[in-house]
Design a protein around this ligand. Structure first.
Ligand code: ZN
Ligand code: ZN
Length: 320
């Protein structure tokens, strides 16, 4: 029996606490660590101590993805644990140096119709959020690969590359009892956002986040999980129920997005404002709203339901 201990850590984000997982087996491993705040560091230290573990005992830090609420403390814990190893997927490393700070992201957002002034506000906000993580230096981490086994004295966890929420999101399956640890890929109460990202293979393009996400969900389901530990909220015991709910919600949102595309054409920025009219102007929601609109418009375009053309450097979607 592998000893997987869920630990919840406070974050300053709207989403609330983040779940991280202590695997109390040799080598002692943390899956995610929490944001870089003093409150989170203190909570992590105390909750590990309650389980008889100190930072210095940790040998391996595995990241489901590089969002600040999950990865922020990785460097601090690693430095204190001396020779602990950090593992993260290669497609995630772009995130480690600031999403909106990258010119590629700026290009993607402006192409989606985000006005320059709005982009600058988003960048300023992101500047604050990025303080909640330490960047990892080149060579300061090892790479997670799909199907790789993380070995423990009492068994192993298989790495599953499950892109969608971010390009390098990974999940972990304990096949012996069909238990998953899946970061923000599957959350009990919220349908995870596919976050807009440059394509890791061709940064001039966008990563097809929603299409990839649906493939990842099916991949997770193929393991017939009996228990799925997510990055926020309670664990999931009825994977099929949540799978069906997600697919239905995505399908409904697809239809809604297509229905609000105007005859004269609409940009992702305009669609996001209609979709999330109530929460659009509040800080981080705006980035999530735009991500969601882009993900759905891309998916509808790939599925032949919308067309897209570039007009003065901005993508305009139209109904077929
Ligand atoms: Zn996330
Ligand atoms: Zn999260």
């Amino acid at each position: 029996m592998m000893n997987i201990i869920p630990i919840s850590i406070p974050t300053p984000f709207y989403v609330g606490d983040v779940n991280i997982y202590l695997i109390k087996e040799d080598p002692i491993t943390l899956i995610d660590v929490g944001p870089k705040t003093d409150t989170a560091a203190k909570a992590l230290r105390e909750k590990l101590a309650r389980n008889g573990v100190q930072f210095s005992d940790i040998r391996r830090i595995v990241l489901t993805h590089a969002h600040e609420d999950h990865c922020g403390l990785a460097k601090r814990v690693r430095d204190e644990a001396k020779d602990a190893q950090i593992l993260v997927h290669d497609w995630e490393t772009g995130h480690l140096f600031g999403r909106l700070a990258q010119e590629n992201n700026k290009r993607l957002l402006l192409r989606s119709g985000v006005p320059n002034a709005v982009f600058e506000q988003m960048r300023a906000l992101y500047g604050e959020i990025s303080l909640l993580t330490d960047s990892l230096e080149d060579g300061g981490f090892n790479l997670l690969e799909d199907e790789m086994e993380l070995e423990f004295a009492g068994g192993s966890l298989k790495v599953l590359h499950t892109p969608g929420h971010t390009p390098g999101s990974c999940s972990f399956v304990r096949e012996a009892n069909r238990t998953l640890i899946c970061g923000d890929c599957v959350l009990k109460r919220i349908t995870p956002n596919p976050i807009v990202s440059p394509d890791p293979i061709d940064p001039n393009k966008r990563f097809p986040s929603l299409a990839e996400y649906l493939v990842s969900l099916a991949k997770l389901r193929s393991y017939s999980p009996t228990l799925a530990y997510g990055g926020h909220g309670e664990s999931v015991t009825d994977f099929d129920e949540i799978f069906n709910r997600y697919v239905r919600a995505i399908d409904e949102r697809q239809r809604r997005v297509i229905s609000i595309v105007l005859n004269r054409g609409s940009t992702a920025f305009e669609i996001a404002q209609v979709l999330f009219s109530r929460s659009f102007d509040t800080d981080v929601h705006r980035f999530l709203a735009i991500s969601e609109a882009i993900a759905h418009l891309d998916y509808a375009e790939t599925g032949g339901k919308l067309t897209v053309e570039l007009k003065d450097g901005v993508e305009v979607y139209r109904k077929q």
